[in-house]
Design a binder for this molecule. Structure first.
Ligand code: PGA
Length: 244
């Protein structure tokens, strides 16, 4: 399975960053054995895809409807119109800030697929949930509720992102990542059969040039969803190199 390395720029980036995005796009040509993508703020997507039409550029969320009275929201066909080929869905920052539920997230993933976008659906436990011994139960529950029944490896990936590891510089023990990714894989296979074997499971949360080799070598870690360390080509490249 080819590793999938995806940058999540979150609420960062203006037109002055287009050059940095193009430096990141150049890495995709340099490392053809790694699938590389970058998920940008909606305001930058059209400009970035216009100058980098062959690079995979995505959104960070989408609405579950095609159009209508939803002030401030962006629909999957709008992302496609801007040139996006993928989107993140159900990031923990949206689950907490925007109160997104598993059902919302599942509907968004279906809508994204209907519009022709690939999706990365995020799951992950909080520190309190991990400390209470509930990490597996929480994550597998989110997985069950957030994935559409017709999910296939062609258009869907999962990102396991422990909430307490995001942006903190802390990562789980290797054995905890292995345990969680194995449990996710098991559930994907039991629900989706052979497709479940092929759905890529990314790890996210403080992945960087120093820890990427270790994290990406763990069984069932098929790539990474990277925030802070994806903001410059210089910080992103070592992760891609580790994946290659
Ligand atoms: P981080 O973010 O790499 O900055 O921890 C990861 C994410 O939230 O997707």
């Amino acid at each position: 399975m080819q590793k999938y390395i995806v940058g999540n720029w979150k609420m960062n980036g203006t037109s002055s960053d287009l050059q940095e995005i193009s430096a990141i796009a150049a890495l995709a040509t340099q490392y053809p054995l790694v699938d590389i993508a970058i998920c940008l703020p909606a305001t930058l997507i059209a400009r970035a895809t216009a100058s980098m039409p062959d690079f995979a550029i995505g959104g960070q969320d989408c609405h579950h409807e095609v159009s209508g009275a939803h002030t401030g929201c962006v629909s999957p066909p709008m992302l496609v119109d801007a040139g996006a080929t993928l989107t993140i869905i159900g990031h923990s920052e949206r689950r907490s800030d925007q109160y997104e539920t598993n059902a919302n997230i599942c509907a968004k993933a279906s809508a994204a697929h209907a519009a022709g976008l690939k999706s990365i659906v995020c799951v992950g436990e909080t520190l309190a949930e991990r400390d209470a011994g509930q990490a597996l139960e929480i994550v597998l529950g989110q997985l069950e509720g957030s994935l559409p029944d017709d999910a296939t490896a062609d258009w869907l990936s999962v990102a396991y992102e422990p909430v307490w590891a995001i942006g903190t510089g802390r990562i789980p023990d290797e054995s905890d990542v292995a345990e969680m990714h194995f449990a996710i894989r098991k559930q994907l296979i039991s629900r989706f059969g052979s497709n479940g074997e092929m759905i890529r499971i990314l790890y996210g949360g403080s992945m960087n040039g120093e820890n990427a080799s270790m994290l990406l070598a763990i069984p069932n870690v098929d790539g990474g969803l990277i925030g802070g360390a994806s903001l410059t080509a210089v910080k992103f490249e070592p992760i891609i190199k580790a994946a290659a």
